[in-house]
Design a protein around this ligand. Structure first.
Ligand code: ZN
Length: 140
């Protein structure tokens, strides 16, 4: 499980490239990939609850299928749940149909577990733009 700082926004100002919102200070977005993990999830959720912080979890569909109660706990505690494909596969080698299935299977499962639509997607390996085709999220 890895934690990264998500890009909220960005751009160029005064000749400088920046990440995040320029008008905000002391703001960071906590994101965790490859969730839920049976060992780390209870510890992480407890730490976030005790510290009053919220995060976005990029959830692997098959992990959510195995540990649905952690996904429900995430939402109950006010965290965001994002799609990290169903099998945690890198998308570029896949056909467009297989990539769409990976996204849709995870979306369908996560929506059924959380009762709300999935708004964010993070591709495994951070590869978003395959060389042979372009994909568009089925929910976009
Ligand atoms: Zn991952």
């Amino acid at each position: 499980m890895t934690a990264t700082t998500a890009l909220v926004a960005g751009g160029v100002h005064g000749g400088l490239l920046y990440r995040g919102r320029r008008d905000a200070s002391n703001v960071a977005a906590l994101t965790f990939d490859d969730a839920p993990h049976p060992l780390y999830e209870p510890l992480l959720l407890d730490l976030l609850r005790r510290s009053g912080m919220h995060a976005t979890f990029f959830v692997i569909g098959r992990n959510a299928q195995a540990y649905p109660y952690f996904v429900r706990d995430m939402v109950a505690q006010g965290h965001e749940v994002g799609n990290h494909t169903y099998h945690h596969v890198r998308l570029p080698p896949l056909s467009p149909g297989a990539a769409r299935d990976e996204l849709q299977w995870a979306n369908t499962l996560l929506s059924s577990l959380t009762g709300r639509p999935v708004r964010y997607f993070r591709p495994p390996g951070a590869t978003t733009r395959p060389p042979r085709w372009r994909w568009r999220a089925p929910w976009a």
